[in-house]
Structure formats: C-alpha cells, structure tokens
Design a protein around this ligand. Structure first.
Ligand code: MN
Length: 200
C-alpha cells in the first residue's frame, strides 16, 4: 500500500498573513510530496511496505535512514496540516484544563513550545505530546518525532510545529521567533483536542 500525499484541508492562501501562499504551495506540494515519494521508494521490497506509518515509527530503528527521514517527514507534515486552520479554533474542554494544570496557562505553554522551537539548532520540530497520560513539550531534530523508538522524549504527538527554514524563510527569513509567534493565530485547537482525547 503506497503512501500518498494528503489533500490540504484548506486553500494554499487560507493561512495568510501568518503563513504565506507561496510557502504553503512549496511546503505541501513539493517538500511533503518528496517525503511521500522517497518513502515509497525506500520501502520497496521491505516488510515496511505492509506497515502503517505509526507502526513504522514504533520500530524505526530497524529501518534505513531514508525510511526514518522520509517516513518521519510524511507523518509529521500530515499531522502539521491538520493542526492548522484559517483563523485558528478556540481551546476548550479537557485539553484546556490539562494545559492549565500542567503549564499554568495557554500562554505559558506557547512560551515553552516557542523555546523548544527556537533552541532546536538547525532543522526540526517542536512538539506537544501525551506521555503516560500527561502533557509534555519536547523537540526533535530533522524529521524525527516522539512516536519513534529512538526519540529522547517519547509520546503521542498532538501538536507539532515545523521549524525547518522551508516552513517560514520566504516570509520571515532568519526570524524563526516571529514565525513561532504568528503560527498560534492559526492553530486548530479543536483538532489538537480530538487527538488529545484519542491519545489518553
Ligand atoms: Mn516542513
């Protein structure tokens, strides 16, 4: 079962002005497509052809670097598109309560995520995950993620923020903190909450 590029659930221009149209076109249509194509190539003739993405992540150390990089890239970007939405959606319910209990406030969580993203040297991701029923913030290099058996901080990711330069450079250039400040305007908290409930 070959992997395929998921359709973007909104237009390329829908996250303006926080994420610009050209960045979305290249990020989804070129970068994510390349991860999908290269993952399919890297899996050809291996037992990984019959595994789901999640199953692959759980035993990623058994596979090649190409499967790790491109499988992670496919998983991470599929999650990323789903946790963004034009104008954002409000945080409420159990997830809001858990964020307040764990981090003190939503602003405190944002600050922790932004710190995780700005201090990740080079390319990588900032994550909010559920680990043993608790919320945890972490970051990973390259296209690694908390589902991978090699991850320093393991868990089920419910929100991931791409801090690769390709995610922001056209609009924000070297100013990663400005991108991280803006992206909270388009976070789909309803989707993050759905993933939170499923991960518990
Ligand atoms: Mn990316």
């Amino acid at each position: 079962m070959a992997h395929t590029l998921p359709t973007l659930p909104y237009g390329h221009d829908a996250l303006e002005p926080h994420i610009d149209t050209l960045t979305m076109q290249i990020h989804h249509g070129k970068h994510h497509q390349a991860y999908v194509d290269n993952l399919n190539k890297a899996l050809t003739g291996t037992d990984g052809e019959n595994k789901s993405l999640e199953e692959l992540m759980a035993c990623i150390s058994d596979y090649t670097t190409a499967v790790r990089n491109n499988g992670g890239g496919h998983y991470n970007h599929s999650l990323f598109w789903s946790v963004l939405t034009p104008g954002g959606s409000p945080l409420s319910g159990n997830l809001e309560a858990a964020i307040n209990e764990t981090f003190g406030s939503l602003d405190a969580l944002k600050e922790k995520m932004n710190t995780a993203g700005t201090t990740r040297f080079g390319s990588g991701w900032a994550w909010l995950s559920v680990s043993a029923g608790k919320l945890v913030v972490s970051s990973t290099p390259n296209q690694d993620n908390p589902l991978m058996d090699i991850a320093e901080v393991k868990g089920t990711p419910i929100l991931g923020i791409d801090v690769w330069e390709h995610a922001y450079y056209l609009k924000y250039q070297n100013k990663r903190p400005d991108y991280l400040g803006a992206i909270w305007n388009v976070v789909n908290w309803a989707e993050v909450a759905k993933r939170y409930e499923a991960a518990l």
